[in-house]
Design a protein around this ligand. Structure first.
Ligand SMILES: [Zn+2]
Length: 103
């Protein structure tokens, strides 16, 4: 919410795409294409042929927000809906990333 914070965290598209690729390997999916463009009403979309498009405004969002959006879209290459499996996988990957393990 603090603008000074988000400004510092703006990252170029290339870095973002590398982030997505890294996550894709971790999750075990291969997006055909990763694109960034300005979107009006959502942060990302995933087409059935494996193309991921992210709203370029996501580059201005905090790391944790980006991570969630990235994992969300990549998981759709595995699970097309938002069912129980999807939610469990979301939790698993995001929890692992936080360096959790106490539970
Ligand atoms: Zn979704």
């Amino acid at each position: 919410m603090k603008s000074s914070e988000t400004l510092e965290q703006i990252i170029p598209g290339q870095v973002f795409k590398t982030e997505v690729s890294t996550w894709a390997k971790r999750i075990g999916v291969e997006p055909k294409e990763i694109r960034l463009r300005l979107m009006k009403s959502k942060w990302a979309s995933c087409s059935s042929n494996g193309r991921l498009t992210f709203n370029s405004e996501i580059l201005e969002q905090p790391v944790s927000f980006r991570r969630e959006a990235i994992v969300h879209e990549l998981l759709h290459l595995k699970v097309p809906n938002h069912g129980k499996l999807f939610k469990n996988l979301m939790k698993t990957y995001l929890f692992l990333q936080q360096g959790g393990g106490s539970k």
